[in-house]
Design a protein around this ligand. Structure first.
Ligand SMILES: [Mn+2]
Length: 444
């Protein structure tokens, strides 16, 4: 047990304390190149996530904002963090953490916060001051020679305040995301951990899901299988969609009855030390595929496997190229199946886009849709994790009757590798339809 009464986690963070300082220095070096004429210093103003409530005294699950945590490692709610540096290369940073201590009374209800020296290990502040002093401090720190970088979506009042004081105020998100999209070796280890836990969770959930009567039961299994492996929470509200509900891509109710003749689509992730996984699998509730279910599944699985092979063979991986490839493969595979009935190539692609209206990939890391300001049309360097997730959602009025109302997505997590190609991070959960049946105990 730690001094504050918190027990040691099952998975200690992989990120060494010095890495936070390195991240700040790298970001600052990027920002120093962005200053306008006459600007002599850079100030970064970061606001952490606030504790919020569902009802009086009932808090939402707390998760620190990833940009904030990335730069200082702090996971305490309601903090601010200011970084200040001159623009010359040799200028040292000054960091100020704004955080409030808990009173003895609050500690009685909510427990103790980390100590200042625990915060200091990752945040390396020169000063730690109460949050009530944020404006007073900004007043002193900002002048007409200052370039402020700010997460402007986070606080209108603060934004207006610095706008009046500084020479310029700019959005910081894209600058942090340009750094965050490429993972350090310790971040890659964190991604391997969480993707492995996420894959094992999905696998065990499938094993326990045969003949379940309601989507809610699957939700409970995901929570149980994830948490018992050390996942701190689900990475996002899982999609657990029986039958035609799978055609609603972000269906989140997860509380409908499951029909024993239908398949279920489950899209879920784990969250470990601020890094997340994102996996989707589909399986028949009874453990037995109907002919139509199986043939459509195999047609999509073919596309998925081809995409993995293609990504692995690419000289430089580019998500936009993977997306074009998915549409080509879906068109070919569904034409062969008879789901698309056209001989015109353009029309085939158009039909494929109708059947799968989403992209094949997004970046993955501290957030599930990681670094959304980074283009998907760039050559990726090594150590960039992303998803591969082709899908098919057959509308109830699709001309080919036998596949109507079936929705599937097969999603794995991969990363560009130093050795070239990609590394599969979610190998611990099968995709093969027979292997899925083996998990469910309905195949030898
Ligand atoms: Mn995804």
């Amino acid at each position: 047990m730690l001094r504050s009464g918190r027990s040691l986690p099952m998975w200690p963070s992989r990120i060494p304390n010095e890495e936070y300082a390195m991240r700040r220095t790298n970001l600052m070096n990027l920002l120093k190149k962005e200053v306008k004429t006459g600007e002599k210093q850079v100030v970064v103003v970061m606001k952490g996530a606030r504790k919020s409530y569902i009802a009086p005294d009932v808090p939402h699950a707390f998760r620190q904002k990833s940009h904030f945590r990335y730069l200082n490692g702090i996971t305490t709610p309601d903090c601010y963090y200011i970084m200040q540096s001159g623009i010359s290369e040799s200028s040292k940073e000054t960091n100020i953490l704004f955080a409030d201590r808990r009173s003895a009374y609050d500690e009685l209800w909510e427990g103790a916060l980390p100590t200042e020296s625990e915060w200091e290990k990752t945040a390396k502040f020169t000063e730690c001051v109460p949050t009530s002093r944020i404006l007073q401090t900004l007043e002193k720190v900002c002048d007409k020679g200052t370039a402020v970088f700010f997460d402007s979506t986070s606080d209108d009042l603060l934004y207006k305040f610095v706008q009046a004081k500084a020479n310029s105020v700019r959005e910081i998100n894209h600058f942090i995301e340009r750094r965050r999209v490429i993972k350090s070796p310790s971040e890659m280890s964190s991604m391997r951990d969480v993707c492995n836990v996420g894959a094992q969770t999905m696998s065990s959930m499938i094993s326990g899901s045969r003949d379940l009567h309601n989507e809610n039961a699957i939700c409970g299994l995901l929570e149980f299988e994830g948490r018992r492996r050390g996942s701190e929470m689900q990475a996002y509200p899982p999609v657990i969609a029986g039958g035609v509900r799978a055609n609603t891509i972000h269906y989140l109710d997860a509380n409908n009855d499951l029909n024993p003749r239908e398949c279920v689509l489950v899209d879920a992730g784990c969250d470990l030390n601020g890094y997340v996984s994102d996996v989707t699998r589909c399986f028949p509730i009874s453990g037995f595929w109907s002919d139509a279910q199986l043939s459509l599944y195999e047609a999509l699985l073919y596309v998925h496997e081809e995409l993995l092979t293609y990504a692995h063979s690419m000289e430089k991986v580019r998500l936009s190229a993977l997306f074009r490839r998915m549409n080509e493969l879906l068109a070919a595979s569904f034409t062969e199946l008879g789901l698309i009935r056209s001989t015109d190539h353009k029309e085939m692609i158009h039909q494929a886009e109708k059947l799968c209206p989403h992209h094949v990939s997004h970046y993955l890391g501290m957030d599930v849709h990681d670094c959304p300001t980074v283009s998907r049309d760039i050559d990726l360097p090594p150590n960039v994790p992303f998803t591969i997730e082709p899908g098919v959602y057959v509308p109830m009025d699709w001309p080919v009757k036998e596949f109507r109302g079936i929705g599937y997505r097969i999603e794995d997590d991969v990363a560009t590798s130093e050795a070239g190609g990609i590394e599969l991070l979610t190998a611990a959960v099968p995709r093969d339809p027979i292997e899925i049946q083996r998990l469910m105990g309905t195949a030898e």
